[in-house]
Design a protein around this ligand. Structure first.
Ligand code: TRP
Ligand code: SF4
Length: 343
């Protein structure tokens, strides 16, 4: 299958921090789209375990277990190791080497102005994020990206500023350094992934930190139980009060996962008080169970040993590709080539 990865399809690269078992929001916001890219693009997808350390350095004890869960979720979602390179960031130390080299040309002001820098410091008040590593988060991300010389980076809206920084860094690198007159680090483009609004059980955005998620591994009874406690249109206090699915988180789930026929029944029944919320939630649960079933079937087919093996192979392929870029980067920067033992 090596031929598949060295063909002329445009290359894409994306990554995800290992936050533990993934939920439906992670799936709809990223994985679902990644799976669809696999036929058209030469894909590299990785688990950003070093990025997890930028916020969890004080207690890294979950990072490895989370990484192992996330690779299983990758495979469960339908990422295909025969088609795409699936790997762990820390298995490819070239990312760190490029990060270091890029740090030489990156001004502090650029990093301080990335919106997530201040936002995260305000959101994660319990953590001291006044560290060098956290400031450098987007630069490490730039290295993750540029080292594969990809054409596109599929990301959600929240990551666009990071891709912009990546482009600025590439531009600056190319101004300073060239290899035989040609540019080494092409500027990649964001490939904005459509991510539907996906509420959690409390009506806020589905997020692990809110504890309102539906996990990709939740069993049917768990899904039904979570749906039962889900908040609804606050205007529907009594069964006889009409409601509005556009003001209801359960309605939002229907819009993403239910058939047009079911959605029509929801609008009609809710607005006329012809259906109760319990019935409506049952239909939403039906739709979720249908989405989760194939994901859970695939997950069951991979053992932990399979997952390890897939990551080993992915590390080998990613390292080869990353080292190819580093050969050019070192030469352009007039550094010593790698010693023979590494070639
Ligand atoms: N910062 C990304 C996130 O939180 C994860 C990430 C790390 C990433 N390196 C990347 C995404 C490179 C795309 C490309 O989701
Ligand atoms: Fe929400 Fe459905 Fe109840 Fe309407 S009927 S308020 S859409 S749960």
């Amino acid at each position: 299958m090596a031929e598949l990865n060295s063909n002329s399809r445009p290359r894409v690269l994306s990554g995800m921090r290992p936050t533990g078992k993934l939920h439906l929001g992670n799936y709809m916001g990223a994985l679902h789209n990644w799976v669809k890219l696999q036929d058209q693009y030469e894909c590299y997808f990785f688990i950003a375990d070093w990025h997890a350390l930028t916020t969890d350095y004080a207690d890294p004890s979950n990072v490895l277990a989370n990484t192992q869960e996330v690779i299983l979720d990758f495979l469960a979602a339908g990422l295909d190791p025969e088609q795409s390179v699936l790997f762990v960031q820390s298995h490819v130390p070239q990312h760190a080497e490029l990060h270091l080299l890029l740090s030489m040309i990156t001004s502090l002001g650029w990093l301080e102005r990335v919106p997530s820098y201040k936002e995260q410091q305000e959101n994660l008040l319990g953590k001291d994020l006044t560290t060098y590593g956290f400031l450098g988060y987007p630069l490490l991300q730039a290295a993750d990206i540029l080292i594969y010389q990809p054409k596109f980076v599929p990301v959600g809206q929240d990551q666009v500023a990071h891709v912009e920084l990546t482009r600025e860094v590439a531009r600056r690198f190319n101004q300073f350094y060239k290899l035989n007159g040609t540019e080494v680090l092409p500027e990649p483009q964001s490939l904005l992934t459509p991510s539907p609004k996906l509420p959690g059980t409390d009506g806020r955005k589905m997020s692990k930190s809110y504890g309102n998620t539906i996990q990709l591994t939740d069993s049917e009874p768990e899904v039904r139980k979570k749906l039962k406690t889900m908040v609804t249109d606050p205007a529907r206090v009594r069964r006889t009060d009409p409601g509005d699915p556009d003001k209801c988180p359960v309605g939002d789930l229907h819009k993403v996962f239910s058939s047009p026929e079911t959605l029509a029944k929801v609008y009609e029944g809710c607005r006329s008080a012809g259906i109760g919320c319990i019935e409506c939630k049952g239909w939403a649960a039906d739709a979720l169970v249908q989405v989760l079933a194939p994901i859970q079937e695939r997950r069951a087919r991979f053992s932990e040993a399979d997952a390890k093996n897939i990551l080993d192979i992915g590390a080998g392929k990613a390292t080869l590709r990353a080292e190819q870029t580093m050969v050019e980067v070192r030469a352009a920067m007039k550094l010593a080539p790698a010693p023979r033992a590494r070639r």
